[in-house]
Design a protein around this ligand. Structure first.
Ligand code: NAD
Length: 486
């Protein structure tokens, strides 16, 4: 049986405690591999390797040398594209058609984009007058923050991990990555690519395990980690924030959401349906930026609901290798239990189930997978748990509204503020509504269109800090001001 090991100081190593856990394929419930679970010893070894590497060849490299290596990392992922694709699809169950144009290419691109970005951002300088008339010159320089702890989720494993590791390394830091226990394989595989590309030992380290009382907690409690970047649930973010407070370490948190889509009567209905389909059902609804609350202007409500229903019912449910599949399973049976509990609550709370609401019949070995039906509800009250809590499944609730003010108030009514999608052909309304929505990103007539130079992050309980473009550099570097009296 295939084993997934930690990657520490340039070597694959097993756990000294001999503890391993199962990695299960969510499409059929079968065992993919056994994964080593790090104890405090492995986490400490990874952190010490990362700390030492800051003083080694990595710390002495010129920016050009470092960024050339990061380009090679991207090329290395692309050269082994099919291996990464197979591993990602086995761990997550997602369709290959999706992972081959999002997860893997964007995972590779994160290294090139941030390597190029770092080369092109200048720091600031200020001349100042002094009482003796000679003046002084201030200039800022960026220095790496140090050892960065990267804790990543399972929904877009390679993409979301490299979105942190790319800029962290481009800025000269070293990292210890703790991938999700559900999806450890591509993060482990990246160790080989790093080595082949010439990344010095200790710069990229990986430890596997769970969150509380396991690798995640051991990493965040380790005093020699200088900052943490985390993507995952809001409750986990709060725990990590508490650990990071000890020793006053910096954090960047990309957390949960319960995103609203606002569909106005003056929208282009074809675009709104196509975009809402993707935002509700892509990656089986397991996208933090996805739309689980859809608000539709009353004049077009019935038409919108019936067209979204028809589109949802035309989704092709299937395993990764099925070329027609555009809806895979959920990531695990445990997550399916959570999603199905909301399907039950919706029924108990009196929802009209427009479509779905259960588990599809799957033939043969697929019957052991974590499948659920794409689901649409109407008729729930605004305080229903299904409307206020993040489900992270292929589902949405649709509710009518009458005025623009009401639509904005509904969008802003929850403590989350990650993303929103607005559908209107009225340009004044587009700007007006986008300006009022409390979210880190507002799309108008699109969804998931991402330019990596732009700020990305959540407001309210959806996160702290921004990454992307120069904002990543703000987190992954310490700025130091040098003041020279002339
Ligand atoms: P999660 O919070 O359960 O786990 C994320 C990671 O944190 C995993 O690696 C896990 O092992 C680790 N972890 C859990 N408890 C920990 C602890 N006490 N200490 C240290 N590490 C711990 O999240 P998930 O279920 O993997 O991912 C889904 C969530 O991620 C959703 O809420 C989704 O909205 C959010 N998400 C947010 C963004 C964003 O950009 N804002 C992107 C993707 C996913």
């Amino acid at each position: 049986m295939n084993e997934v090991k930690h990657f520490i100081n340039g070597q694959y190593v097993g756990s000294a405690n001999g503890q391993l856990f199962d990695n299960i394929n969510p499409a059929n419930g079968q065992l993919i591999s056994r994964v080593h679970e790090a104890g405090r010893g492995e986490v400490d070894a990874a952190v010490q390797a990362a700390k030492a590497a800051l003083q080694g060849p990595w710390g002495r490299m010129t920016l050009d040398e470092r960024t050339r290596i990061l380009h090679k990392v991207a090329d290395g992922i692309n050269a082994r594209f099919d291996e990464f694709l197979d591993a990602e699809c086995r761990d997550t169950g997602k369709p290959k058609s999706l992972a081959s144009h999002i997860d893997i290419p964007r995972g590779a691109a994160n290294f090139k984009v941030f390597a190029d970005m770092v080369k092109n951002v200048s720091a600031e300088s200020f001349e100042m007058a002094t009482p003796d008339g000679t003046g002084a010159l201030n200039y800022a320089v960026r220095r790496p923050k140090g050892v960065i702890g990267v804790i990543s989720p399972w929904n877009l494993p390679l993409l979301l991990m490299t979105w942190k590791v790319g800029p962290a390394l481009a800025c000269g830091n070293t990292v210890v990555v703790k991938p999700s226990e559900e999806t450890p394989t591509t993060t482990a595989l990246l160790g080989e690519v790093m080595k082949e590309a010439g990344v010095p030992d200790g710069v990229y380290n990986v430890v596997h395990g769970f969150g509380g009382d396991s690798a995640g907690a051991f990493l965040t409690e380790h005093p020699d980690v200088d900052g943490f970047t985390f993507t995952g649930e809001t409750a986990t973010g709060e725990t990590i924030m508490r650990s990071a407070a000890k020793g006053v370490r910096d954090i960047s948190l990309e957390l949960g959401g319960k995103n609203a889509g606002l569909v106005f009567a003056d929208c282009d209905m074809d675009k709104a349906i196509e975009g809402t389909m993707r935002s509700a059902f892509a990656n089986c609804g397991q996208v933090c930026l996805g739309t689980e609350r859809v608000y539709v202007e009353r004049a077009i409500f019935d038409e919108f609901v019936s067209r979204l229903k028809a589109a949802a019912e035309s989704l092709h449910i299937g395993p990764p290798e099925d070329e027609l599949a555009n809806l895979g399973p959920l990531v695990s049976h445990k997550h399916r239990e959570k999603v199905l509990s909301y399907y039950r609550q919706a029924a108990e709370q009196g929802a009209t189930v427009v479509t779905g609401g259960g588990v599809p019949e799957m033939a043969g070995e697929l019957s052991g997978g974590a499948w659920v039906q794409p689901t649409i509800w109407t008729g729930l009250s605004d305080d229903s748990s299904v409307v206020t809590e993040e489900i992270f499944g292929p589902c949405c609730h649709i509710r009518p509204f009458d005025t623009e003010e009401e639509a904005v108030a509904l969008a802003n009514s929850l403590p989350y503020g990650l993303a929103s999608a607005v559908w209107t052909e009225n340009v004044s309304r587009a700007h007006r509504v986008a300006g009022q929505i409390e979210a880190g990103i507002v799309w108008v007539n699109s969804w998931f269109l991402r330019d990596l130079r732009t700020p990305f992050g959540g407001s309210k309980q959806s996160g702290i800090g921004r990454e992307g473009g120069v904002h990543s550099l703000e987190f992954y570097t310490e700025m130091k001001n040098v003041c020279i009296k002339l």
